[in-house]
Each structure stands twice: as structure tokens, then as C-alpha cells.
Design a protein around this ligand. Structure first.
Ligand code: GLP
Length: 263
């Protein structure tokens, strides 16, 4: 695992965006897995800035999403569909035919729908770079604690803790009880993982996920098994890491260790 520690959150956003941008330049038909949540918003803003200032071209990029709330239509302002349009797609030259997001109101049987999403990822050649956040309870996408490391795309019940955290953004609207999420096994098949966490609220869970035992109790610990996992943290999120000195050493060699971005 390659852990990069940046002094500030803004540097973390710019570092992540620059790695994604380099990957798009190296491989323009990049298949990019997107994550929602507050953490990656600044990364999307930096990518939009790069599109405006350097004409970073998204026309060949194919986008996938990690998860979505079940029961929310794509026009609901709380849906991840709306999130990605608001923070990214409406500002860049994404090709509408290349946007493959999980649906909150899929037609027909949910298990067949989930299998069809898995098939779609497979048929397109798999995800090259998957962006990830992490929940304070260690969840990855909506794989809540106790999720199997081999789990696939499926409907899942959100924990009370996750719904409580989400109520901050849902405000007076009730947080859905169910979501659809890529499984930990699905995520593990992406060629590169780019996990982000910022702020002291994430310090404890980052130490558990990055250096703790592999356990379904902390689904994000599954990334330790991935041969190409990059984790970008600010100083606060990195606070409880045992091997912080080594990560700081690695961070100073970012361009030597990742000369072409993430692909
Ligand atoms: C959400 C999402 C995850 C996200 C995580 C952290 O509920 N389903 O994909 O990574 O929780 O969110 P935040 O970045 O807002 O802390």
C-alpha cells in the first residue's frame, strides 16, 4: 500500500486530482469508478479546474459509481446521480453514453439488476481506477461492517450509525434504509484503488483500515489485500498511524513511485 500524507486537505485534493488527470492523459479511455460523500468533492473541483485551465479531456473516460440509495429517483437532490452531475458531469466534457451509474430505482428484480451491473463492468473491461472514501465505522462504499471481502454488487441495509452520519446532509429528509453497492470483491477487482480520508474524525478508522487486522468488522481493511492501493490522507487523518514516518518518506517520492499516475 502506498500512503501519501499531505499537509492540508486542499493539497490532498490536488494530489488526487493530479494522479487521476495523469491517468486520463496516459490512457484516455480510462474507466473511472467514482465515489460520493463529502471527501471527494474537492477532488472533483480540482478536476473541473484542470479541465478549464489545461483542457483535460474527459470525452473518452467511462464513469461508474460505487453505490446509490435505493428508492431515490435520479432527479432527487440526495441521490448520488444528482451528486455526480452537480459536482462533476455538468462542468466537464463527459460523454453521456459513457456514464454508467447505479440506479436508485432499478426496474425489475434487484438481484438481476445487480448481476447486470457486474456484467456491464466486466464487459467494458473492468475499472482502471476506483476512487474510495471511508465511513467512520470502516465502511467502504455501502459495505457495512460484517460485509464479506468477497461480496458482490447487492442491495444492503444501512446501519443506524451510517444513517445518523448521513442525516447531516439529508437534513429534514429521511435517510433511506436501503442502498445498492458494489461489493468488496467487486471493488477489489479494480486495477488501482485510490482511497481518500481527511480530518481527525477519520484518524482512528484509518489506522484500523491501513494497519489493523484484516477483518469484516472494518470493511476498508480489505484494501490491504490490493496490490495497487494508494491512500491519500491529510496530517489529521494520518495522526494515529504507526508507520507515519515511512509514509512521509514515501510521500516525498510520489513522482518517482507513481510516474504515470495510477495506470
Ligand atoms: C458514504 C458513502 C461512501 C463514502 C462514505 C464517507 O455514505 N456511501 O462511499 O465514502 O460514506 O463519506 P464522507 O466522505 O462524507 O465522510
Amino acid at each position: 500500500m502506498f500512503v501519501v500524507i499531505t499537509e492540508t486537505i486542499e493539497q490532498g485534493h490536488r494530489t488526487a486530482a493530479s494522479l487521476v488527470a495523469q491517468s486520463i492523459k496516459k490512457h484516455p479511455p480510462l474507466r473511472l469508478g467514482l465515489a460520493a460523500g463529502t471527501t471527494p468533492i474537492g477532488v472533483y473541483q480540482s478536476l473541473v479546474e484542470l479541465h478549464r485551465s489545461t483542457h483535460l479531456d474527459f470525452s473518452g473516460v467511462e464513469f461508474f459509481s460505487l453505490d446509490e440509495f435505493l428508492g431515490l429517483c435520479s432527479s432527487s437532490p440526495h441521490s448520488y446521480h444528482a451528486f455526480f452531475h452537480h459536482h462533476l458531469f455538468r462542468h466537464i466534457n463527459a460523454n453521456a453514453g459513457n456514464i454508467q451509474l447505479l440506479e436508485g430505482e432499478p426496474q425489475g428484480d434487484i438481484d438481476s439488476y445487480c448481476r447486470s451491473y457486474e456484467r456491464l463492468i466486466h464487459d467494458r473491461g473492468g475499472i482502471d481506477v476506483q476512487l474510495l472514501g471511508i465511513g467512520v465505522n470502516g465502511h467502504l462504499a455501502f459495505n457495512e461492517p460484517t460485509s464479506s471481502f468477497r461480496s458482490r454488487t447487492r442491495a444492503c441495509l444501512l446501519s443506524a450509525e451510517t444513517r445518523e452520519t448521513l442525516s447531516r446532509t439529508f437534513k429534514e429528509t429521511e435517510v433511506p434504509e436501503w442502498a445498492v453497492t458494489m461489493g468488496l470483491g467487486t471493488i477489489a477487482e479494480a486495477r488501482t484503488l485510490l482511497m481518500l480520508a481527511f480530518g481527525k474524525e477519520k484518524a482512528k478508522v484509518i489506522a484500523q483500515a491501513v494497519e489493523g487486522p484484516l477483518t469484516a468488522a472494518i470493511p476498508a481493511s480489505s484494501i490491504q489485500l490490493h496490490p495497487n492501493a494508494v491512500v491519500i490522507l491529510d496530517a489529521e487523518a494520518a495522526e494515529d498511524l504507526k508507520f507515519k514516518k515511512y509514509y512521509q518518506q514515501q510521500s516525498a517520492h510520489l513522482t518517482t513511485l507513481l510516474p504515470h499516475g495510477l495506470v
